[in-house]
Design a protein around this ligand. Structure first.
Ligand SMILES: *Cc1c(COP(=O)(O)O)cnc(C)c1O
Length: 428
């Protein structure tokens, strides 16, 4: 890890050109790499020598971005993936097999809930969902000797709940299992979960890390802190891998055992690889992450405060607001209490007025994406949850007037003026 401050890491970490080399990270658009002797190649295949051989497994452009993200999170290694979904999947599959179970917070991203509750279940891996409202006793009762990990989100999408790291890290470690945290919404600028004892971090880099809604991608970062040799619980890391002539990951790679296995075994076999061009674009996004996330947070707080003062708004959910039940956890775990750019609120008048309001917006765009430079808006009742009746929506915890706003980095006056005119128009 470099000793630079986080803003410097955003710009300088990763690619370091040598004498006469390109100043900017080159896009190595090559599937494969040339070696002088078969002995050189053999050593790569045996994992006794580091180097690139085939872009499904590693590529210099992608590696440079992985090094930057490793440095930003403060870990020992990272692996980029073709999407956030692939990152979540591989992060779990790396230490789970049929017959095992995992414990996950219920408020995680809907796509991750589907992955865990449906697809992993079909593979024989059971997910036990818990919530922070449960008593500790109830939470502990979900663990048994086949439980392999705990999974949560720093700043949950879309509920904006903040994970109480102290509590859930202690719970996971008391059962001798690692805790994996999806840090997409907070980014390492606002929160570095490893500093609170989290073992593995994942991201959908499609969100703030890229920040321009231009590339879908994901990443897994390893803290290097979890002891995989604990009680023989993780044999896939501590006993010989037949697909590498009996190599033992913890012995060969020490602190980087988990992330090395994720690449050399699962990325090799599954091939959810990011393209070099995508890594180049992600790197450009990362170079301004420290500036953007502050502006997103400042704008979102102003928008949340504006909305809170409107009579036609029933409730506003944003951890940066003092009225939020997560305000104190935001102050505790997020840098200066900055709570990123997503704000949700309920407009009085239900589905009809919410739809009218959104159709009246001029600056904010209707898209199925959050967390990029442009202000955007999503109405679950008429889009992602459109098949549900008002009654079913309520059961799912989504009020018909519920709107999710992803506040961009435009001038906050223009964003607020747009919301204001649309609220007026929708009242008629
Ligand atoms: C979007 C998202 C994902 C899924 O990422 P993709 O890049 O869309 O595959 C996972 N977790 C969170 C918190 C997200 O917001």
């Amino acid at each position: 890890m470099s000793s630079y401050k986080i803003a410097t890491k955003c710009i300088q970490s990763g690619y370091k050109p040598k004498n006469g080399e390109p100043r900017i990270l080159p896009i190595c658009q090559s599937t494969t790499f040339k070696y002088d002797s078969s002995e050189d190649l053999a050593q790569l295949f045996d994992l006794t020598k580091a180097g690139h051989m085939y872009t499904r497994i590693s590529n210099p452009t992608v590696s440079a971005v992985e090094e930057k993200i490793t440095d930003l999170e403060g870990g020992v290694g990272a692996m980029c993936t073709s999407s956030g979904q692939a990152a979540s999947f591989i992060s779990v599959l790396n230490i789970c097999k049929a017959g095992d179970n995992i414990v996950a917070l219920i408020n995680i991203y809907g796509g991750t809930v589907n992955l865990f509750a449906v697809t992993l279940k079909q593979m024989g891996i059971e997910t036990r969902f818990i919530s922070s409202q449960m008593s500790e006793e109830e939470i502990h009762s979900n663990f048994d000797d086949r439980t392999r990990l705990v999974f949560g989100e720093t700043l949950a999408n879309p509920s904006l709940d903040i994970l109480d790291f102290e509590k859930f890290v202690a719970i996971a470690h008391s059962h001798k299992v690692p805790i994996i945290v999806d840090n997409s919404f907070a980014t390492p600028i606002l929160c570095r979960p490893f500093e609170y004892g989290v073992d593995i971090v994942t991201h959908s880099t499609s969100k703030y890390m890229d920040g321009h809604a231009s590339v879908v991608g994901g990443v897994i970062v390893d803290s290097g802190n979890f002891d995989w040799t604990i009680d023989g619980k993780y044999p896939e890391l501590t006993t010989p891998d037949d697909s590498y002539h009996g190599l033992i990951y913890t012995e060969a790679f020490g602190k980087a055992a988990y992330i090395t296995k994720a690449r050399t075994q699962l990325m090799r076999d599954l091939g959810s690889t990011p393209q070099p061009m995508s890594a180049f674009l992600l790197n450009l996004g990362l170079e301004t992450l420290h500036l953007r996330i502050v502006r997103h947070s400042e704008n979102a707080l102003k928008v949340a405060q504006f909305l809170e003062n409107q009579d036609c708004i029933e409730s506003v959910n944003y951890p940066g607001l003092e009225s939020s039940i997560y305000h104190s956890l935001a102050q505790k775990y997020l840098k200066d209490g900055m709570s990123s750019g997503v704000v949700s609120f309920v407009i009085k008048g239900g589905r009809e007025r919410a739809t009218k309001f959104m159709d009246s917006l001029e600056l904010a765009a209707l898209v199925v994406h959050v967390a990029d430079a442009r202000t955007s808006v999503l109405h679950p009742a008429s889009t992602t949850h459109r098949q549900l009746s008002d009654k079913q929506l309520e059961a799912a915890g989504i009020s018909p007037g519920f709107v999710r706003l992803s506040v961009g980095i435009e001038d906050s006056d223009d964003i607020i003026n747009d919301l204001s005119q649309a609220l007026k128009k929708s009242s008629k």
